[in-house]
Each structure stands twice: as C-alpha cells, then as structure tokens.
Design a protein around this ligand. Structure first.
Ligand code: BES
Ligand code: MN
Ligand code: ZN
Length: 505
C-alpha cells in the first residue's frame, strides 16, 4: 500500500473510489458541494430523499455518477462538529477501510476537507489517518499454513488543499514510519511463545541493526549479565530452558554530546507465573507479556526511519518465566545489580525483577530520561480498563510530556500517584525490598518497586497490561499500543532540541 498526498481537483482524480464527507443534517462539505455541482445535484438529491443524513459513521457508496472521473463515490457521515472526538474519527476511518477492503479496490482518494476530526491540525489528522489505515490492513498469517490474500489497495491518496500539502507530506512520512513500527510490534506480540523466545527477540534486534546504519546492537548473554550482577533478572529465567537476554540498541541521530533518551521494555516471552503458577484459563495470552519489549523495538525502528535528530537507547530485558527444578522459589532472596536485595515472595511478579536490573544498567548512558514499558500488573486493568495506559513517574515534567504525547497521538496514558506512603507496602523482614506489596494498589506498588532503581534520572513507567492486546474473538491479538505515544514523545523532544538550537544561533 502506497500513501500519497494530492492537491488536484477532486472531480478530476482518476481513482476507484473518491471518499467525501457530509456533516450532520445533510450539510455539504466543500468537496461534497463541488462533486454535487459536477454531478448535476446527485448528492443533494440523496439528502433530499433521506438516503443521506450526515449522521456520524454513515457510509453510502454511489456508482455511475457522471461529470466526475472517479469510478465510485463513498459518502461518509461526519456528524455534528461539536461531537467529533477521536473515537468518532477512528470509527469513521475503520468504516471506510472495511468498505474499501471488502470491494477489493486498487485505489482510493480521501477528500474530507479536514472536517472528520475536531482537531483542525492537518499534521495530526493526516498522521493519525495513515497510522490507523495501515493498522486496519494489518493481517497476521505467520503461523498459518494458508497465507492471507495480499491487500488489494495499492494507491491510497489523501487529498489536501494546496496550502496544507507540505504539512500533510511530513505527516505522511512520520505516519508511515510509526505505522511500520506498530506493525512490527504487533507481529512480535502475536507470535507464539515457542517461536518468539528471548533469543528470537535478540535476533530481531540484530536484524534491525543490519537494516539501519544508525543503529548499534549489543546482546548480553547470561554469562555477561552474571558478571554485571544482574541476579534479579537472571532469577526469572532460571526455570526455563530458554536463555535470558539483555538487548541493547543505540540510535544516534543527535550529537555525540546529547544525553540519550532510554526506553526499557519488559520482554517476558511467556509468563506462566513460575512456581507461583498462574491458573490455566486464558494463560495463552501470557505470550503477550513481551509487548513492552515489542513496543520499544517498534519505536526505535520508527525513530530510525524518521531519522529523528536525537539520541536514543532501547534496552529489552528478555526472559521466559517457567516453573522447574531450577526455578526461583517464593521466599528466595536475590541481589540486584544495584546492590539492593529482593525477597521474591511471588514468582509471578517477575516483570519488575527483570526491569530493575535493566533500569540500573540504564544509568551508564547518563540519560536525559528513562521510560519503561511493561505489561506489568493485572491491577492496571482493574484501575483503568482497556483504554488508558497507566503512567507513573518520579518527575512531573516527564509525566506531563508523556500524557500530552499520548493525547496528541490518540494513544492515551493516565497518571496514578507514586507517593512515598505506598513504599512501605514493600517492606520485607528478610531483604531490602519485597517484590510484592499485597492486594491493594497493585499497579502503584509495582511502580514503587521500580522507582527504587530509577533514582539517578527522570523516569516514567508505562503499564500497558490493559491495552497491549485485545482478547475478543476475531479482534484477538496485539495492538502495538504505546509505539505511537512514544514516537510522539520523541518527536516532541527532537523539536525541543531544534528550538533550542535556533535560540543559540
Ligand atoms: N504479566 C503479568 C501481568 C498481567 C496479568 C498483565 C494479566 C496482563 C494481564 C505480571 O507478570 C503478573 O503476573 N503480575 C501479577 C503481580 C502480582 C503477583 C503482584 C498480577 O498482576 O497478578
Ligand atoms: Mn507474572
Ligand atoms: Zn508478567
């Protein structure tokens, strides 16, 4: 599928389908007015007859219109201006793509005059449209013997007015790069645990390093981690036949002296719970427990593709959490790389055990910020459901920047408190910290645990347990959530650098 921006007159576009909009109560958008005039009033006639109303989400395909070059016109209802939220825009895009997909069309031109979203920002509208459309056509077939039919749409044209075209072009470039990062993340998430092992994640990282000159990849094996004192991370993989890996990718897009942003991903390629075994129902979904890793890998791929003028480091803490004769037992005490000891009261609280050593490792990069991404707690699903990522941080400015980035990218995060009052829930009689804090505030105590290892830099934690995958029927699968938020955060950081430099010159 190839996206492009075109500013030619809509009535002369040669395309399999031209998509236009009408607003609530049958109000014609500028392009709808134009097409109506060219076709001798075909659109207005349908409004008059009640076939078209402009209600949000309405879709009507029109054939054989004379006076224009498009083979079909798809009229999309945009609803009332004051009721146009991101979720309506998302639904509209999905509806359009489903209609186009069913008809197996080869080309389409979308001309909605910037009226499908309440945000007037052309860059945002175009970028989201590109990301969402690409996501709508994602198909998983890697482990099916019968491969999916290739997507028939070859040319996807977004029609913008002349003065918006340049902004649209840059939105398209970013949007395609981010969309690619999202599909890479979804693909890794969807792959089963017997294929997507820590070693497989490491191989994928190496492949990224081959693809982009700007990426340097380093894989730390268990022996190397042992030497570094990462006994907490290593304790998680003890029961598994699969060796644990620490994956480190450095992207240099900024100056040598620019402090990097660090992204840390939880890469538990399967979480049985270990000796604190999980119940059987739905346990297959614990193959998604590496979605944090997938999203930071997808993000650095997108950053490299966008050639962002910043420095970035991705660290993936990858392990498989299994029971076994060598497995860590409840009550075991391990020494983390930081020197702090941890009493492992529950081997199912393993995410924090791999992340804490990765967070200590991050110190060596003298980072500007560190953000970890993890399917960390079931409690986050209870707190925020399946819409928002949980956001906890030791730095207000960073938390604000992330929340804002999520709003802009329609990939939202919502804050939870990280007050000191919660810290004592992690007290242990036998070590410096316990790895669980009891039944209450599970997402917060998990973040409290991580905060003990993140004192050296501005740090934020994104709990994606509720958003990383869908569990429902045909929708079941990885979402790629957080790639978009993280990319937006990095784009914002890159812009801040540019503004600063301009101020200095
Ligand atoms: N990977 C799980 C968290 C999870 C569970 C995410 C279900 C999405 C859906 C994590 O490793 C875990 O097991 N957490 C425990 C922590 C508890 C033992 C303190 C949990 O949430 O139950
Ligand atoms: Mn677990
Ligand atoms: Zn887990």
């Amino acid at each position: 599928m190839f996206f492009e921006i075109i500013s030619d007159t809509p009535e002369t576009l040669s395309t399999d389908c031209l998509v236009i909009g009408i607003e609530a109560e049958g109000v014609l958008t500028p392009t709808a007015t134009l097409i109506d005039q060219c076709t001798g009033g075909a659109i207005q006639a349908l409004i008059n007859s009640g076939d078209l109303t402009g209600k949000a989400g309405e879709l009507l395909m029109l054939h054989n219109l004379t006076g224009i070059t498009a083979a079909r016109v798809l009229v999309a209802g945009l609803g009332k201006a004051d009721e146009r939220k991101d979720r309506h825009y998302r639904k509209l895009v999905k509806g359009i793509n489903q209609t186009l997909g069913k008809l197996k069309l080869k080309s389409v031109a979308i001309a909605l005059d910037g009226l499908a979203s309440d945000h007037p920002d052309t860059y945002r509208q175009t970028r989201l449209f590109t990301e969402w459309t690409s996501a709508d056509f994602y198909q998983y077939d890697s482990t099916k013997s019968k491969k999916a039919d290739p997507v028939s749409l070859e040319q996807y044209v977004i029609h913008l007015h002349d003065e918006d075209a340049e902004l649209g072009e840059s939105a398209l470039l970013d949007g395609v790069a981010i969309a690619n990062g999202i599909s890479s993340a979804r693909e890794l998430g969807n792959l089963p645990g017997n294929i997507c092992t820590p070693t497989y994640l490491a191989e994928k990282a190496k492949a990224l390093g081959e693809e982009f000159d700007s990426l340097k990849v380093k894989i730390l094996n268990e022996e190397k981690m042992e030497k570094l004192g990462m006994h907490s991370l290593l304790s998680v993989g003890r029961g598994s036949a699969q060796p644990s890996k620490l994956i480190v990718i450095e992207y240099q897009g900024g100056k040598d002296t620019d402090a990097p942003h660090v992204l840390v991903g939880k890469g538990i390629t399967f979480d049985t719970g270990g000796i604190s075994l999980k119940p059987g129902a739905g346990m297959d979904e614990m193959k998604f427990d590496m979605c944090g890793a997938a999203s930071v890998l997808g993000t650095i791929e997108a950053a490299a593709e966008m050639q962002l003028p910043i420095n970035l480091v991705v660290i993936v803490a990858a392990a498989e959490n299994m029971p076994g004769s060598q497995a860590t037992k409840p009550g075991d005490v391990v020494t983390t790389m930081s020197g702090q000891t941890v009493e492992i009261l529950n081997t199912d609280a393993e995410g924090r055990l791999v992340l804490c050593d990765a967070l200590t490792y991050a110190e060596r990069f003298k980072p500007a910020s560190v953000i970890d991404v993890a399917t960390l707690t079931g409690a986050c699903i209870i707190a925020l459901g399946h819409h928002a990522t949980g956001l906890l941080s030791n730095n207000e400015e960073l938390a604000g920047a992330l929340q804002q980035a999520g709003d802009f990218a329609a990939d939202r995060a919502w804050p939870l408190p990280l007050w000191d009052e919660y810290q004592e829930l992690l007290d242990s009689n036998f070590a410096d910290i316990a790895n669980i804090g009891g039944r209450s505030a599970g997402t917060i105590t998990a973040a409290c645990f991580l905060s003990r290892f993140a004192k050296a830099y501005p740090w934020a934690h994104l709990d994606i347990a509720g958003v990383a995958w869908n569990s429902n029927g045909k929708e079941k699968g990885s979402t790629g959530r957080c790639v978009s938020l993280l990319c937006q955060y990095l784009i914002d950081q890159a812009e801040a650098v540019e503004v600063n430099e301009e101020a200095h010159h």
